[in-house]
Every structure is written in C-alpha cells, then in structure tokens.
Design a protein around this ligand. Structure first.
Ligand SMILES: Cc1cc2nc3c(=O)[nH]c(=O)nc-3n(C[C@H](O)[C@H](O)[C@H](O)COP(=O)(O)OP(=O)(O)OC[C@H]3O[C@@H](n4cnc5c(N)ncnc54)[C@H](O)[C@@H]3O)c2cc1C
Length: 709
C-alpha cells in the first residue's frame, strides 16, 4: 500500500495512563510500601495537549517518532512537504546507526537485504574520466568489518529516500496515520499522526506547554491550525524554523563550499561501472569538468553528481538539465544515450553547531541537522542525527512517564552537543582529506575559492558581472589544464611526481576515508545522565580524519561493548544474541551486568529494590563464564528472590583465546556495569561494593535520573 495514498480516520493509538501521584503503593512483590514520585507537571489527562510534537519528517524526526511510539509515548509529526523528496542525499549508514535500526524490529536487516552488494560500493575510485585512466582506487572494507566482532551489524549503503520509505512503513506498523492536509478535521491531535503539508510558522512557549501554529493549504487557501504540546522537538533540518523561532544561534564556519547536486539515472552507466570499476564514490578530474559521482545503486543506474558552484558569477540557470547532461558525458568520457536528469539542487556546506540544543525550560529541543550541519565527507550528518534521537527518546519517555524531572532532558544537550562539535571537526578534517587529492594534482580548491572571493568581493568586484564570469571561467580552465594527459603522465617530470605523491596519499590512508570505527562506535559521553569514574576522565583525542580502530570500553558514557551471549534460561536454544540486544527497545529499562558472585548478587538485589522505589525498571544480567554454567538458574533464582527480572547468560566465545567479557571491559568479575536504555554505560563499579549497596544504588539512580533524594 502507498504511504500517502490513503487517509484513515483518527483512531487512538495509545491512551494515556493515569498520572503517577505521590501515594503509598504496594510493591510488586508485596513486601514493602514505597513513596512514589511524580515529575510530570503537564496535564496528560487533557487530550488537547500532546506530550510530544515533532516538527520535520526527515530521517531524524521519523526515527524519533518510532522510538517514542515504541516506548509508549504519544507523539505527532508535522511535515511541510506534501510528499517526500526522492533526492537520494545521504547513503552511508554507520555502524552505530545500524545498531539503532537493528532494534527497530529488524530495520537493519531489511536495509542489509535491500542494499546493493558490498563489493559494488566498498571502493572510492579516482580517475580522469569514468571510462578513462584510473589515478587510484581505495578499498574501505577490511576483513574485520565483516566479522561482526565489535558489533552485531555492519555499515550499509542505502539511499536516504529509500530509508525514509522503510521508516514510514515502520510507523504504519505501529498504527501511525500518515495524513494528507485535506484529510484532516479540527479534532485535537491524539498522538500517532504524521501530518503532511503542515509547516510550523509560529511557536509560543507558555507556562507549561508550547503552542505551535502550523500553516497548511486547504481548499486553495492557507489555513492556520494551533497545536499545544508539552515538548516540541525541532527536527526540521539545516534551515530549522524552530531554531530560528526559539532564537538559537549557530556557531562555527559558514559557507565552506557551494555545490550543485544532479540526480540522474543511467542504466548503461550503471552496467558499465558494475562490470569495469564498481565503487561508491568516483572523484573525476578532467580538463573540461570536475565532479564527484555518488553511485547510489549501480544495478538501477541511480547516481548523484556533485559539482562546485560559484555564484553570483554562475547561476542555477547554468545548470539546466541539458547542460548537466553534457557535463555528465564529459565526466563519463564517452557517449551514453539513456541519461535521465531527475533533479538539480544547489546546496551550501557549513560546519556549524547550535549554541543550545535545549531551551525554554527544557521544552524546546533541537535534533539532527536543526542542531548541527557539517560537510557530508565521512557521512556523519544523518548518522549523528539518528543517534541524537536515540539519546533523546528514553529521556523524554522517563520524563513523560514521571520517572525523572525535566532536567533529565537537559542532559541530552550536555551529552550530544560535544559529540556534534567533535563530529563537525571530524567532517571538516575529512573534507580537507578529500581536497588533498585535487591539491596534489595541482588543483588546490582553496586557491579556487580565494580566486572566486577576490573576483566577488575584492579587486574583481569592480568588473561588470559578465566579465567577472569570463575571468573566472578563464582561470578555472587554466587550472584544469593541469589535468591534461599531456601533463599528467609518467613520462612528464611534473606529472610523474604528482602521480607518485597521489599514490603515497592513498597508501598512507590520507585521502578521504569511509569508515571511522573509533568515532562511530567509540564516542563517549563525559557527563550527563551518568556517573563518571574518577579514573576514566581522559581528554578527547582530536579527530584525525584517518581510520582508527574501535577499542571496547566500559568507561561510563561509552556504548556497551558487544559480545555474543547464550541465554541459559532457554535451554532449547543454542542461539546467541548480542549483549546490546539484552536491552529492550520498548521499555525504559536499565541493565545491570554482574558475575555470579555473592557480593554482586547483593548489589543486584539492592539495585532492584532501589529501582522500584525510583519507579524505573532494572533487569539484572548474570554473566557466566562459558565453562561454569551448571546450576546457574537455581543459583540466581535463590540469590535474587523474590525478584524475577533477571537473565542468566553465558559468554559465547568465538575462540578459546578471545577476551572474556570482564577483561574486554578492562575490569574484573568483582565489578558491575549499569547500562542505560540507550545502551550507554551509566555507572560501573570496578570492584565489589563494601559499603551499604542500597545507599550506593540510591546515589547512582538519583544522579542518573537527576532526582533529589
Ligand atoms: C550530498 C549529501 C550527501 C550526504 N550524505 C550523507 C551520508 O552518506 N550519511 C549521512 O549520515 N549524512 C549524509 N548527508 C547529510 C544528511 O542528508 C542530513 O544530515 C540529513 O538529511 C538530516 O536529517 P534531518 O532529519 O535532521 O533533516 P532533513 O532531512 O533536512 O529533514 C527535515 C524535514 O523537516 C521538514 N521541515 C523543514 N521546515 C519545516 C517546518 N517549518 N515545518 C514542518 N516541516 C519542516 C523538511 O521538509 C524536511 O522533510 C548528506 C548530505 C548531503 C547534502
């Protein structure tokens, strides 16, 4: 069924549970009375106020709406577009985003099944034309990338618009309604609606809620509609209206480069490249044109060509479909009869991060490109946004469910803003690494940019605009002459020295990389909803733009290391799951890892007791070494009674010399690790707790959830 080809009547997807009040309640196991807290000050009995409104149905807004819906939080989404763009845009999904998708009812596996085979996209190819000489080719996959040692899933190459389709399907499976503007009546939103053709134009934060005005076209006239929500999340992209309306400034470098993106189809070109030189990115340098071709799908012949754009001397009219076709042919180097130009879009590359991610008393929040925009080199834009949504969802759920005060939402900024700043610096490094290739060929893009600036703002600005254009074209033509076959060959002294330099650049990994395992899986929150170890606060290593391997770590703030484990309770199943899969995606639940030792069981009992007091769920995971699993279940049952939320698992080692769980975590089995619902480590004890474990767990949960005790 088409995503937008129908309009259903509203139906309640999730009804609000009664608000938690401060009253004595009987515990789950019937042996204690506890004082429950409430932090939600909003009126969730009031159907006219939505708990969460998301503005922008790009990948980040859609992922957030899925995560929240799975956690039982009512949310609706506004999208200004009447339909979804087919411009492929992002295509590289990194390992951590694939782990997030793995928990969205197998979305990662669906992507893996639908993406092109990895051998068709593992390389970047550098050439003077697509059918001409290859200057170099870099393979970005290493054997360990396929071994699933550090993660249960792998990176993927899948166009953004195809991802959007799968995300919409996931939302529909969760009973979300995707509505056309004309299909709406004036009923208040109940949560679970994606409203197409609705542009947020005004916001007004009052005492307890945010009033949002959305404009939509109804019977030929723009009509406004007001929506009240408790939390407003702006996932409305790089030019975010929410960011502007909330008065949040961007900080960083603007206008690094202007480009034109040409989306086109050619099955002939796809077939040729598939057979002759498959790859993901083709950097093409020839005397007539320069461009980067992104092969979104060689089998379908779907491509995007990125070319530098120099306004005001150049205008978008200079990139008509016919001109683009001619430029494509120059870059291909031979005739093709089936080029079909679909879309031509200019865009500007920035390296900026919002000064705040959370404002208006924690009620207005920015995520994705609305909060950060950086060069696409290295593919961190959408991935960083997806991971913003993952960090945010459980915190919103904890607040809406009354488990944590609104200050938990502020930890989203404390944790994610430094990551955005780091990824911006990394993307700028990557952009520079990409520019090192043309610079080695004698075509330094920084020189081209300064020439352009001198003509636009400096001495050249006195020239009439037509003449400025002629001068610019002339200088660029002279520049591109460096790429002529006459110069760029092994027999020419200058050419051979440039080619040798280029080879060194590729061999030393100094050209643009595709994978960054250390940053992709190894990013770490230093403060926020966690308790840092006094001995683990290390300075961030500045980004290098080079591939560095991920080293598993149990330092608080790190992602939980992956290891395959075998569930002991299910004696019929020999199936292994990842430690990351032990956390559910549909519940705000913490996970406490312990070894089967007496003191650790005491700590686990204290954690279960305290968690109940804090109205939060904790599951205990008892990790047994592979060789001592006999009697595991009886031992844990007796030690943890009357609590039942625990799981016994055994390490499923790949080989006898692989690291054990505790040594991989650089700890001993006397310690314990507490993991948050987003699979980041909240707290760890490196050795057994000798003081009162209940007091310790109270300290831990109050610090993580920002609850005063
Ligand atoms: C050429 C290129 C290649 C890229 N490659 C990669 C890659 O390989 N990997 C990667 O991770 N990233 C990549 N990126 C970046 C990636 O495309 C973006 O980071 C990503 O689209 C951001 O997602 P988002 O949901 O935050 O915003 P967007 O995708 O911009 O979505 C925002 C949505 O909000 C809607 N909207 C805007 N204003 C309003 C309003 N006022 N009211 C209602 N709705 C509104 C818009 O219509 C849009 O649908 C690339 C970008 C470019 C340009």
């Amino acid at each position: 069924m088409g995503f937008l080809g129908f309009i259903k009547g509203f139906s309640s997807v999730y009804r609000a549970k009664p608000r938690i009040r401060a009253y004595p309640s009987f515990c789950q196991h019937g042996h204690c009375y506890i004082q429950c807290r409430t932090f939600s000050h909003f009126k969730d009995h009031d159907d006219s106020v939505l708990p969460v409104l998301i503005v922008g149905a790009g990948p980040v807004g859609l992922v957030l709406s899925i995560l929240l819906t799975k956690l039982g939080i009512k949310c609706s989404v506004l999208e200004k577009g009447k339909s979804f763009s087919h411009h492929p845009q992002a295509h590289f999904i990194n390992n951590r985003s694939m782990e997030v998708f793995h928990k969205l009812d197998g979305l990662a596996e669906e992507i893996q099944r639908s993406q092109p085979p990895v051998d068709l996209w593992r390389k970047f190819v550098y050439c003077t034309s697509l059918t001409g000489p290859v200057l170099g080719s870099v393979d970005h996959m290493q054997p360990q990338d396929f071994e699933k040692v550090v993660s249960p899933v792998c990176v993927a190459h899948f166009s953004q618009y195809k991802l959007i389709r799968l995300l919409l399907k996931k939302l529909e499976d969760l009973n979300f309604l995707i509505c056309k503007p004309e299909g709406l009546n004036d009923e208040p939103f109940r949560g679970g609606e994606l409203l197409m053709g609705h542009e947020c134009v005004k916001i007004n934060a009052t005492g307890q809620s945010v009033n949002v005005t959305a404009s939509h076209l109804k019977e030929g006239k723009y009509t406004e509609r007001n929506i009240s929500c408790n939390i407003l999340v702006g996932t409305d992209g790089a030019a975010s209206t929410i960011r502007k309306l909330a008065g949040i400034e961007m900080r960083g470098e603007k206008d690094l480069q202007k480009l034109v993106s040409v989306h086109f189809l050619s099955r002939d070109l796809g077939q040729y490249l598939l057979n002759e030189r498959p790859g993901m990115l083709f950097f093409i340098f020839n005397t007539e044109a320069i461009g980067v071709l992104v092969a979104h799908d060689l089998k379908q012949g779907e491509f995007v060509l990125q070319m530098p754009f120099y306004p005001p001397q150049q205008s978008l009219d200079d990139f008509s479909p016919e001109t683009c076709k001619q430029l494509i042919l120059k870059l291909v180097g031979q005739e093709l009869s089936d080029i079909d130009v679909i879309d031509i879009k200019p865009w500007v590359m920035h390296a900026e991060v919002a000064e705040k991610f959370v404002s208006c008393d924690n009620r207005i929040i920015l995520a994705g490109d609305a909060a950060h925009r950086f060069p696409p080199a290295g593919g961190f834009g959408m991935n960083t946004g997806i991971q913003d949504a993952h960090n945010l969802a459980w915190k919103i759920a904890a607040f809406v469910k009354g488990v944590a005060p609104s200050s938990i939402l502020h930890t989203y900024e404390t944790e994610r803003r430094p990551i955005a700043i780091f990824n911006t610096a990394l993307s700028v490094q990557n952009f520079r690494a990409a520019m090192a290739v043309p610079a080695t060929l004698g075509l330094d893009p920084t020189i081209a940019n300064s020439v352009h600036q001198t003509i636009t703002d400096g001495i050249g600005s006195i020239l009439p605009s037509g003449l400025q254009r002629v001068v610019l074209d002339g200088i660029f033509t002279i520049g591109r002459a460096q790429l002529s076959e006459f110069l760029l060959n092994e027999k020419n002294l200058l050419g051979s020295s440039r080619l040798a330099k280029l080879r060194r650049l590729f061999e030393e990994g100094k050209s643009l990389q595709l994978q960054f395992p250390a940053e992709d899986l190894g990013f770490r929150y230093l403060e926020g909803a966690l308790i840092p170890d006094s001995d683990s606060v290390r300075a961030q290593v500045p980004p290098t733009g080079r591939r560095r391997d991920y080293i598993p770590s149990s330092d608080p703030g790190s992602r939980l290391p992956h290891m395959n484990v075998r569930m002991l309770s299910n004696s019929f199943s020999e199936a292994c799951i990842s430690t990351l899969d032990l956390l559910p995606g549909d519940k705000v639940e913490f996970l406490l890892f312990i070894a089967p030792l007496e003191k650790s069981y005491h700590l686990a009992v204290a954690a279960l007791k305290v968690a109940e007091e804090f109205k939060v769920s904790v599951k205990v995971c008892i990790l047994w070494p592979t060789d001592t699993v006999k009697g595991a279940e009886t031992r844990s049952k007796t030690a943890l009674a009357p609590w039942e939320n625990y799981i016994d698992v055994a390490e499923a080692k790949k080989s006898s010399n692989s690291f054990s769980w505790w040594s991989m975590c650089q700890m001993t089995d006397k310690g314990a690790i507490l993991v948050r619902p987003d699979e980041h480590i909240a707290w760890r004890a490196k050795s057994s707790i000798d003081d009162d474990p209940v007091l310790e767990m109270k300290r831990v949960f109050s610090a993580i959830l920002k609850v005063n005790i």
